[in-house]
Design a protein. Structure first.
Length: 330
């Protein structure tokens, strides 16, 4: 009955007749039993019913089975095959990540950079229909991974990101401009940059406000994330005795990040811990969902022929048995 449906399912209610007919047969059988008054039944104790007496009820069983199959034929069982034509127009997303030395601050565990990479990886895994690219910046910017649907490659390249790969500093304008270059010629219906930083723009030749205006021109939405706790945080500082951590004030240019997101139709978020960062990516995930168009084609085939043949065979067997084997007792 797998993939079987009925064109006239209302006829299936007639199956209620089957137990009613079975009950009527049992009631009628009891009424037909003859009665004989005798002083003792000892003389009949050794007489056993023949197989024909026991199996005479099979005639009614065959007839009820045939009737059940005929009702199913009336309901017109059909098998269906379906095909789905799925067309997707995904979203192109560039993850624009700050890898400056301050991203090693330990107000996130194990540090801001590793926490950001872990949360971003979960975000990538939840976007199977989108092309995703990866841009990093500190004192300058470069593309770690161009836009691709090969998310395994994006994740592997993200694992390779380390602070100190390029000159230290915070060139937010350079990072944003590099992300724009990855997206400006994209044919996607929606183009998005998720820019994450923990500092203040202090390097680079491109002004962040100018970069935001360019993003708006190319219809690119920029979601900005300021990552860092409020107050102070343990920052890594190079000393004559090696790298040590000192409590330093957290400085994030929230006004700049808010302006960039407002200018491009995005949204600004502040992540003060890893849990909030996860919620931010979840919210962005909901805001930027790909629309999937599904067109389904179905083909139905009538399957009542074999049910009808089975019903006829049962009636034929019942008729043959009735007028041969059980002729003398029916």
């Amino acid at each position: 009955m797998t993939n079987i449906e009925f064109h006239n399912p209302d006829y299936l209610f007639l199956l209620i007749l089957i137990p009613l007919l079975a009950g009527w047969y049992i009631w009628k059988l009891k009424k037909l039993n003859a009665t004989l008054t005798i002083s003792s039944t000892a003389a009949f104790a050794k007489i056993k019913p023949t197989f024909r007496v026991w199996f005479r009820h099979s005639l009614m069983i065959l007839r009820l089975l045939a009737l059940s199959l005929l009702i199913i034929v009336l309901a017109r069982p059909q098998s269906s095959n379906s095909w789905k034509n799925i067309s997707t127009k995904g979203i192109d997303i560039v993850l624009d990540m700050d890898i400056s030395g301050s991203m090693l601050a330990q107000d996130f565990k194990p540090n801001r950079l590793e926490a950001a990479k872990e949360v971003a990886t979960k975000f990538i895994n939840g976007r199977p229909n989108d092309r995703i690219g990866l841009v990093v910046f500190s004192g300058e910017s470069f593309t770690q991974c161009p836009l691709t649907t090969d998310h395994a490659s994006v994740i592997n390249l993200m694992k390779d990101i380390k602070s100190g790969m390029i000159e230290d500093g915070t060139a937010i304008g350079e990072g944003l401009a590099n992300g724009i270059r990855r997206l400006k010629d994209s044919p996607a219906k929606s183009k998005v940059i998720i820019l994450l930083t923990d500092g203040v723009n202090n390097m680079g030749a491109i002004d962040p406000y100018t970069a935001a205006e360019i993003a708006k021109t190319f219809d690119i939405r920029v979601y900005t994330i300021g990552i860092g706790s409020h107050g102070t945080a343990p920052y890594p500082v190079q000393t004559p005795f090696g790298m040590q951590y000192q409590q330093m004030k957290v400085q994030i240019d929230e006004a700049l990040l808010q302006k960039i997101s407002d200018e491009t139709g995005g949204k600004y978020f502040r992540a003060t811990n890893k849990q909030k960062l996860e919620k931010i990516y979840n919210e962005i995930d909901k805001l930027e969902k790909s629309k999937i168009k599904v067109k389904e084609y179905r083909k139905k085939n009538d399957e009542y022929l074999w049910w009808g043949i089975a019903a006829i065979l049962l009636l034929m067997i019942e008729g043959i048995l009735r007028y041969t084997v059980f002729k003398s007792i029916t």
